[in-house]
Design a protein around this ligand. Structure first.
Ligand code: TMP
Length: 286
């Protein structure tokens, strides 16, 4: 059983399971300023000029984000929609180079938390302006593997950088471009740990088998080890990352849907589709 002070998790057809309901636990775990307060003051943003739909996927390593993004993209394309699949850090030629520095560069072990924060947001600022905004303006559907919630969870809670500083930097990077919907896929920390450990110390193209390369992946791809610098952080770090995601889900229940990702892949996909389908009507095509 997952022990998160999250809002109801999506499980099965209409069944919602609340793992821990009381605000008691949330008060114990999260500072007052994070409870019932969204990251940027607005829960579920969709600027008027945005014709498309911006959906992000969040969660720790091994939570099944890539699989679910792929399934949703296929379903949306089958429905005749134009879908852009992106990832962070990365998603543009510049962003992919930044990704390599962040994850695999030989020099990156000396990287400070502050430099990590700024590089994540440099990649994000490029992605927002080069790809996301034009795609949304054209009415496309944008699915992004991680966005600013990862910065809150990893650099804010994981690296314990000041959350107000993070908020300012993220706002500078994204401006008014915010996801309308975020799926937070949850697995117990042991599952994501096992997934990280299972990664072979062999060389890869930084894209696990069976996954399609997201856009912006610039060939020739630098061959790099599976495990990356961030994944080598300890259990305390990842526990704090989970706490961070918990705080985000509590603060923005309209935008962020937490889903128990230990369910079968199809059940998770169905929960995602139930939330996305009604929004399709609202987005304009062409
Ligand atoms: P992934 O694409 O394999 O999930 O790797 C991205 C890594 O970068 C992952 O460990 C999470 C981390 N990350 C941050 O620490 N902050 C961020 O803002 C983003 C987007 C990712």
């Amino acid at each position: 059983m997952l022990l998160f002070p999250f809002p109801p998790l999506e499980r099965g057809a209409d069944q919602s399971v609340r793992f821990l309901t009381t605000s008691l636990l949330s008060s114990a775990l999260f500072p007052i300023r994070w409870r019932r307060r969204s990251i940027f003051g607005s829960d579920c943003a969709k600027p008027r000029e945005m014709k498309g739909l911006f959906i992000t996927f969040e969660g720790t390593e091994g939570s099944g984000k890539s699989t679910q993004i792929q399934l949703l993209a296929e379903r949306l394309r089958a429905a005749g929609r134009i879908v852009r699949v992106l990832r962070e850090p990365g998603g543009t030629p510049i962003g992919e180079e930044v990704r390599h520095i962040l994850k695999h560069s030989e020099q990156s072990h000396a990287m400070t938390a502050e430099a990590e924060l700024l590089l994540m947001n440099a990649s994000r600022a490029q992605l927002v302006r080069e790809v996301i905004r034009p795609a949304l303006a054209a009415g496309d559907l944008v699915l992004c593997d991680r966005f600013y919630d990862s910065t809150i969870a990893y650099q804010g809670y994981g690296r314990q950088l000041d959350l107000n500083v993070l908020r300012t930097i993220i706002e500078f990077a994204v401006g008014a471009t915010r996801p309308s919907l975020t799926f937070l896929l949850l697995v117990p920390i042991e599952v994501s740990e096992a997934r990280r450990r299972a990664r072979q110390p062999e060389m890869s193209n930084d894209v696990p088998p069976g996954e399609t390369k997201p856009e912006g992946h610039t060939p020739p791809v630098i061959r790099e080890p599976w495990r990356d610098r961030i994944e080598e952080a300890g259990r305390d770090f990842f526990q704090r990352v989970e706490d961070g995601y918990g705080a985000i889900a509590l603060a923005e229940p309209r935008r962020v849907l937490a889903i128990d990702s230990t369910q079968p892949v199809e059940a998770v996909a169905a929960a995602i589709w139930r939330r996305v389908e009604p929004l399709l009507e609202q987005t304009k095509t062409g």
